[in-house]
Design a protein around this ligand. Structure first.
Ligand code: 13P
Ligand code: SF4
Length: 328
């Protein structure tokens, strides 16, 4: 790669001025509809700030799964991607679960079609399947236990010692967990299209400009990026790490929406977006399909709603429940 390709200014988010949030008209409509529908809005850390501001809870996949399991609202509005809303429906079959854009998918989920996993399991019947939560309900139904980036190490450590593990669908997270646990695993060859765009070369260039900054990377990144990072963790753990650290500046190597959450929680510190070879920041095109207009409309129409055939939902529930218990 030619270094001249890294031809952009770093995206730096300095400490925030304190102030109250002025809701826009559309945000006010969302809050009103939420009350009328007895709905809860769950938002992933990568959502745009206007959505994070009206959410009842903003967090990582693990925190969101627990919130979905515990809520007594009638309607769950899931501002994230399809597999996350599906997870909420798996634990809440009798609730209405909606998401602003049904097309908001995930490249990891797409990398592991249910039929391919089924065929692989038929050819290798003794495998113990650990599925990263970024997969379809059909894949969850074929798995023994689910994990998220926040609990993957803990979950893999609980798998009975004699079992050979197949980890699906993220080879990068799987490789990282394997390093952490010392447990060999077969890795499904999937990856997150957005996280694999972060490169060591681009990071090194930013680090040279901000030598005091600590690098915090998501485990979906490739090994050279993870190895260069000071901390590798889930998006929720990034908040705790940056809060507790004595450092003032952090390079955040994950989707850019994360920086809004960090700024809200830790307004006095500076965050720099993780760079790729061609851009100073990196959005997930699926996460960014959700807009405030679509959020308002889905609350108004209670659509698009998630539906899962009951036999698949039941089979997907068992490994998900196992994860929620193992990760307490
Ligand atoms: P977290 O569970 O760490 O938030 O990750 C979800 C995700 O999709 C990362 O790309
Ligand atoms: Fe999927 Fe990657 Fe987007 Fe996360 S960032 S939702 S893993 S495509």
């Amino acid at each position: 790669m030619r270094m001249t390709e890294l031809n952009y200014e770093p995206m730096v988010f300095p400490p925030l001025e304190s102030g109250t949030i002025e809701f826009s008209e559309i945000q006010k409509e969302i809050l009103q509809l939420k009350k009328e529908r007895n709905a809860i809005i769950l938002a992933h850390n990568y959502q745009i700030h206007e959505i994070q501001e009206v959410a009842d809870y903003v967090g990582d996949s693990l925190g969101l799964a627990y919130k979905a399991e515990k809520t007594d609202a009638d309607v769950i509005v899931f501002c994230g991607v399809h597999f996350m809303a599906e997870t909420a429906k798996i634990v809440n079959p009798n609730k209405t679960v909606i998401l602003p854009d049904l097309e908001a998918g995930c490249s990891l989920s797409d990398a592991c079609p249910e039929e391919q996993l089924k065929a692989y399991k038929e050819a290798n019947p003794d495998l113990y399947v650990v599925a990263y939560i970024n997969c379809s309900a059909g894949v969850k139904a074929l798995s023994d236990v689910i994990c998220t980036s926040g609990n993957a190490k803990k979950i893999v450590e609980r798998v009975p010692k004699g079992k050979e593990i197949l980890f699906v669908p993220d080879q990068n997270l799987g490789q990282w967990v394997s390093q952490q646990t010392g447990r060999e695993m077969q890795l499904w060859p999937g990856s997150c299209y957005a996280h694999v765009l972060f490169t060591f070369q681009a990071l090194k260039k930013i680090k040279d400009q901000f030598p005091e900054a600590l690098i915090v990377a998501h485990p979906e990144c490739v090994k050279t990026v993870r190895d260069f990072a000071n901390e590798v963790c889930s998006t929720e753990k990034m908040v705790h790490f940056c809060q507790k650290s004595s450092a003032d500046t952090f390079i955040i190597v994950t989707e850019t929406g994360m920086i809004h959450r960090l700024q809200r929680e830790i307004p006095h510190k500076t965050f720099i977006a993780g760079p790729t070879n061609t851009c100073a920041c990196n959005d997930c095109r699926f996460m960014k399909m959700n807009t405030t207009e679509k959020l308002r409309d889905c609350l108004r129409d209670l659509s698009p709603a998630i539906e899962i055939p009951e036999p698949i939902r039941e089979e997907a529930y068992a490994p998900l429940k196992r994860m929620l218990e193992w990760s307490q």
